[in-house]
Design a protein around this ligand. Structure first.
Ligand code: 1HE
Length: 260
């Protein structure tokens, strides 16, 4: 692959954006490689981490390539981003992203398709589409708006301003902020932990929670009952419940450590 690097660490599949000279700007060919890499991750990992090489996570859409497109080619391009990012958000694996430097435009859209986002202190977030005369096209109006809320996203898009990692945590864009240079290690640690869960629970968590959030309360509760019953009656659930009841070491919920 030209734009990505893959690596397996135990049960965690790592995909590294690797076009640092162009700040990991996402071209059409980049999206196709990502599609291939997601297939590889699903075939080899139980959890996955998306990270980036170079000074920034991702500068978003490859603007050099984009200016040459016809309107209809633009629609197809955006729909392709949706398809591939959807394979991350609604695929087989829990995805963790490690963010640093610029996480802007399509880079934020890509990060928004992962389930848990870890930013280091160098990370900054922006949606400069308005300044470029374009609109978000990689899923931000759905995914990113659900994270930070429409009012905040409207502000970011209208003003083109950037926010830092701490503000992004307050705005629910990221779940963790760590010291500079430590996002990848933290994301791998979290992914390795998630990889020890029952596969069916992870699948239910990443698929059912966002769908139930989009349902009416009564529908959501109804669907929850079926998913709860389906997962709880699996052989793996029985084994794991017996491990706890048999007082197997490590099966107790631990008190929180010093970090939040
Ligand atoms: C690029 C891109 C890009 C850098 N497409 N080539 N995204 C943006 O509007 C962000 C545009 N980029 C930036 O604001 C800055 O590049 C960064 C803040 C991300 C990084 O700054 P810096 O000083 O580290 O790098 P640089 O010198 O600006 O860029 C290095 C090279 O990467 C340079 O190319 P070079 O050949 O002159 O060395 C840049 O042209 C190139 N580069 N960003 C193409 N984005 C599906 S819709 C999604 C819509 C969007 O994503 S809109 C947001 C687009």
């Amino acid at each position: 692959m030209n734009f990505l690097k893959t690596e397996l660490r135990g049960k965690v599949a790592l995909i590294g954006l690797d076009r640092p000279q162009k700040r990991n700007a996402i071209s059409d060919a980049f999206v196709e490689e990502l599609d291939t890499a997601v297939t590889w991750a699903e075939e080899n990992g139980k959890a996955a981490v998306l990270h980036a090489n170079g000074p920034h996570f991702c500068a978003g859409l490859d603007l050099a390539e984009h200016v040459k497109k016809t309107p209809f080619e633009g629609v197809h391009g955006s729909r392709r981003w949706h398809q591939v990012f959807d394979r991350i958000q609604r695929g087989k694996l829990p995805w963790f992203s490690a963010l640093h430097g610029a996480v802007v435009g399509g880079g934020l859209e890509l990060a928004s398709s992962t389930h848990v986002r870890v930013a280091d202190k160098s990370a900054f977030f922006a949606l400069p589409e308005g300044q470029r005369g374009i609109f978000v096209g990689g899923g931000a109006s759905v995914r990113t708006a659900r994270l930070m809320g429409v009012a905040r996203m409207t502000d970011l898009m209208l003003t083109g301003r950037s926010i830092g990692a701490d503000q992004a945590e307050l705005w629910n864009i990221v779940q963790y902020v760590v010291p500079e240079g430590q996002a990848l290690a933290k994301a791998i640690e979290l992914a390795a932990q998630a990889a020890t869960n029952a596969e069916i629970s992870n699948y239910a968590i990443i698929h059912a929670l966002p769908r139930i959030q989009d349902m009416a309360s009564d529908d959501g509760l109804f669907v929850e009952s079926f998913i709860a019953s389906f997962t709880a009656t699996s052989p793996e659930a029985e084994q794991r419940l017996n491990e706890f009841l048999g007082k197997k070491s490590g099966s107790k919920v631990a008190r929180p450590g010093p970090e939040k």
